[in-house]
Design a protein. Structure first.
Lengths: 416, 268
């Protein structure tokens, strides 16, 4: 019989406008978080630098520097190279250069070794000229100074082009930005889904009570069967939505990854610094696992609250303590995001109401030990078991009591 | 078919809900075919509660299918039963209408179908006739008769005693939570300690007031009505009246029995 209840909850809700809209909106919001920055930062097109013969040597050096830096892998490092590929366009003289800049044929023209022509000031952020061209001009200036010392131009280019400083840290790698983004996205997803499906559960129970249909249902099956069926049914709806979102996001990241296969520095997910490799299967599984745990714990409670009131209008009020608990857990996990091994994070790990938020965040940030996850999971499961007994009894005691709000104590005693 | 009668507040609804485990009993128990009722038995029961209610936003065809399946029907069987019930109720084209889109009368029909769709062994209906128009009453009566004829045990409560008298073989009357009268309607009437005397156009109607064993007097549609002891000789009554145009000496109606039983029940 429980299968029939699960089936009804699932079918009725997956087909509902609310579900379809919520799924589409979530996908749109998360999708645009990924896509919009990459569109804004879409610098796939090379910077076109025109030059006259007078600046010819500078551009040769610039291109040589560019190659050296590419070989060093410094192009991915925004501190070293904020600009992208340079494409050089040969111009005849200053007049030609002015015309080319004005018409937009080139972004910038080197009239001679020390003069750059731009359409208006402030286009290139700091210097007015791409860094690599600026560096090239320095190299050219140095060439004359070191001409007598026996240092060749190639050596000079090599030295100036290379990133000479190797960084060694005392505490290993800093928290990866992409991991923070994944942790944040997972946290928000958990928050939105828990509140949304919790509300569905709450209103679903209240509606059954206010429409009196629960009387016929419970005349046939036990209240516990109805309650369990509802929790599982709505849970499956939530999981369906999560899977849809993950599949869509995965596809999106994959597609963006394909666009620039060997360099995500500027395009695709790279704009946020997230690639499909970063979103590990582990993080997703951890998120799903803890979503199931959190969903189960919260929704049994939402159902109990829903059974206490007879009217949908009263349900939202009765729900305030539970919603606050969800919001509080979110706040804890935001704090965890900033300090994943701090006291707040550790406390949050062992409170079963906040663990579903905090543990996946700490996992995504790589700052939780296996035993901590297991201990937290154990505490949560024991809590869940106790809550089903507690909330189940309240639900059974309250679901058939019509009129007004049922006091928890009355529901507990079960005087119908 | 059993008519379950009693004044308001006597405990009819509570008793019916007890059959489905919807109330916790302080004492006593509900037995079906000699055994306590469990989930398996309830699956073979059909219930029309006093407070009607289904899922307002669910399509009625799916709603019927759902309740049929809750009562143990397979999906396909449940769907075909749902279809045929909707046809029967004149809602054949509305399988995909939501309940809230139907008129009040049609919602009542769907509610009845929910109680019947799984061919219950026991059908319990709390005030099935309340709120129905005369055609609705006839329809409900014919459905209940048909169910009873198929061998379903039908129990319903009602305040429309004439209807109960027409439909039911058996009645049980309760007051203050206790049965005060039960049995076959025909037996109850025959065994009643009083008879109904109706007189019209009598020469000396006031003569009856002086006779022992004559209890109650009222006027109805030009006829004088009396309740007299069952062992009174009708011929002696007719003699005392000095002849009459209309003289009927009959067993009391169910309504008279009801008043008698409940009145006594209250006095005890």
């Amino acid at each position: 019989m429980i299968g029939v209840v699960i089936g009804r909850e699932y079918r009725e809700r997956v087909r509902s406008k609310a579900f379809i809209l919520a799924t589409v909106f979530t996908v749109l919001i998360f999708g645009s978080i990924l896509v919009i920055p990459s569109i804004l930062a879409d610098d796939d097109e090379p910077t076109l630098v025109g030059y006259t013969s007078e600046a010819g040597h500078v551009m040769d050096v610039a291109q040589a520097l560019d190659e050296v830096q590419a070989a060093e892998g410094l192009e991915d490092d925004p501190d070293a190279m904020p600009e992208l590929t340079i494409e050089a366009v040969v111009l005849t003289d200053r007049a030609d250069a002015e015309q080319a800049v004005a018409s937009g044929e080139v972004d910038l023209a080197m009239v001679d070794a020390s003069t750059a022509l731009v359409p208006r000031e402030g286009i290139f952020a700091s210097s007015g000229v791409p860094g690599v061209v600026r560096q090239a001009a320095r190299v050219v200036a140095l060439e004359e100074v070191v001409a007598d010392t026996g240092i060749t131009n190639d050596e000079l280019t090599e030295i100036l082009g290379a990133g000479l400083i190797e960084v060694e840290s005392l505490e290993g790698e800093a928290v990866d930005e992409s991991r923070t983004i994944i942790a944040y996205a997972g946290m928000m997803l958990t928050y939105v889904a828990l509140l949304m499906y919790g509300t569905w559960m709450l209103l679903g129970v209240t509606e059954e009570k206010s429409s009196r249909v629960v009387e016929i249902v419970v005349a046939t099956i036990r209240p516990a069967t109805l309650l369990t069926g509802k929790v599982i049914g709505i849970g499956l709806v939530a999981l369906t939505q999560l899977v849809l979102i993950f599949v869509f996001m995965g596809g999106l990241l994959y597609a963006m990854g394909l666009r620039t296969p060997d360099d995500l520095g500027g395009a695709g997910g790279g704009a946020l610094g997230v690639t499909i490799d970063d979103i590990s299967i582990g993080s997703v599984l951890m998120l799903v696992l803890w979503f199931v745990v959190g969903f189960s714990i919260y929704n049994v409670l939402f159902a109990a609250v829903g059974s206490l009131v007879s009217r949908v209008e009263d349900a939202q009020n009765a729900n305030i303590p539970l919603s606050l608990s969800v919001v509080g857990s979110l706040v804890l996990s935001i704090s965890t995001l900033g300090n994943p091994s701090g006291t707040v994070a550790i406390i949050g790990t062992y409170i079963p109401f906040s663990a579903p938020f905090v543990v996946p965040v700490r996992y995504a940030l790589g700052s939780i030990a296996g035993w901590e996850i297991l201990l937290s999971l154990g505490i949560s499961l024991v809590t869940f078991y106790l809550l089903t007994r507690l909330a189940g009894r309240i639900y059974e005691g309250a679901i058939l009591r019509a009129g007004g709000r049922v006091k928890i104590r009355e529901a507990w005693r079960g005087d119908r | 078919m059993l008519g379950f009668l009693g004044p308001n507040g006597a405990g009819k609804t509570t008793s019916m809900r007890a059959v489905f485990g919807l109330v916790r009993l302080d004492s006593g128990g509900v037995r079906w075919r000699g055994a306590a009722i469990g989930e398996a038995e309830r699956r073979t029961f059909g219930y029309l509660p006093e407070q009607r209610g289904l899922y307002p936003k669910m399509k009625i065809g799916e709603q019927l299918t759902y309740f049929a399946r809750l009562h143990g029907l397979e999906r396909r069987e449940a769907e075909s039963e749902a279809k045929s019930w909707l046809e029967r109720l004149g809602l054949g084209g509305r399988f995909t209408s939501k309940l809230e889109e139907l008129s009040h009368g049609n919602q009542q029909r769907v509610q009845l179908a929910v109680a019947l769709i799984h061919q219950p062994d026991l059908l319990v209906l709390d005030e099935p006739f309340s709120g129905l128009d005369p055609m609705g009453v006839d329809e409900m009566a014919s459905v209940l008769s048909e169910q009873a004829a198929q061998g379903t045990a039908v129990v319903f409560s009602s305040h429309q005693l004439e209807l109960v008298e027409d439909l039911c073989d058996d009645v049980a009357i309760i007051a203050s939570g206790r049965i005060v009268l039960q049995g076959e309607v025909a037996d109850l009437k025959r065994e009643a300690p009083v008879r109904l005397l109706e007189v019209g156009g009598a020469a000396r109607p006031e003569a009856l007031d002086r006779l022992a064993g004559v209890h109650h007097r009222s006027r109805e549609q030009g006829h004088e009505r009396f309740l007299v002891d069952a062992d009174t000789d009708p011929v002696a009554l007719l003699d005392a009246l000095g002849g009459a145009e209309h003289f009927a000496f009959t067993p009391p109606s169910l309504e008279d029995l009801f008043r008698e039983a409940v009145g006594n029940g209250g006095a005890r």
